[in-house]
Design a protein around this ligand. Sequence first.
Ligand code: HEC
Ligand code: HEC
Ligand code: HEC
Ligand code: HEC
Length: 155
Amino acid sequence: MKGKRIFLLLAIVGVAMFLFGASINANESGAVDDVFEMNNTEAFAKHKKSICMFTHKKHTAAEPDGYGIACGECHHDDNGKPLELKEGDAVQGCMECHDKAEKPKKPKGIAKEEWKEMQLEYYYGAVHSNCIDCHKTGGAGPVKCAECHPKPEKK
Ligand code: HEC
Ligand code: HEC
Ligand code: HEC
Ligand code: HEC
């Protein structure tokens, strides 16, 4: 039974991830779930908001089934240059470069451009900017907090 074997494999992977404390969105194998929780425990000691579900496959799949977004809109190299990828290619997690944890605190009197740059040093800033900017400029996709962090704000 193929289904059974896949289930067993998933169970083993699940146990392995539990044992090694790796999060689902931080592997380097090139495997990625169609939909996954954005639940980065390295970036946030505690999630105050509800966990955002990310429809990875739907974002990348061609229209009309998906939103037809190129990998490079979100995955780039260490210069920020968009990567040309294909399904199954491994990528680095955002936190490998946008590596500051927790939410940035805006210093008093900081210039607008500088604040923008500073926020990008944080995983928090990189993710919010990537997701929300596209939804805003594209005129589609959630921009309000509760649309990505649905209430009640519990885990
Ligand atoms: C397009 C979806 C989206 C929108 C809109 C959005 N967020 Fe987030 N938010 C995320 C993602 C993705 C993360 C990263 C979570 C992770 O990987 O752990 C995140 C992380 C966070 C975190 C840190 C983790 C936590 O739970 O404490 C806070 C706080 C947060 N968001 C607050 C907000 C607030 C406030 C707004 C509205 C001003 C907002 N978000 C709008 C997607 C969104
Ligand atoms: C709309 C944005 C977006 C698009 C488009 C996108 N990805 Fe991702 N992808 C992400 C985010 C966000 C993560 C989670 C990264 C993290 O946890 O740091 C991710 C995770 C992954 C992972 C899991 C491994 C890891 O380290 O997290 C792989 C592999 C991956 N993407 C490959 C691709 C490929 C190949 C394409 C194009 C077919 C693609 N992605 C398109 C945003 C996107
Ligand atoms: C290999 C390192 C690296 C990885 C991995 C990486 N980034 Fe970046 N990112 C950069 C660099 C370098 C820049 C450009 C310099 C800057 O503005 O900080 C950048 C720029 C950005 C920007 C600003 C782009 C703009 O045009 O304003 C966003 C947003 C962003 N990254 C989000 C992400 C997200 C989300 C992920 C994970 C899916 C990710 N990055 C993964 C290095 C990386
Ligand atoms: C380059 C553009 C782009 C980027 C980057 C992007 N999105 Fe989206 N997103 C879209 C579009 C287009 C839709 C579809 C909106 C519609 O048709 O109503 C969408 C829809 C969504 C939805 C609602 C529908 C669904 O599929 O769940 C969520 C939630 C969402 N995006 C979360 C995220 C998160 C989280 C990130 C960052 C990790 C992200 N998006 C990055 C373009 C983008």
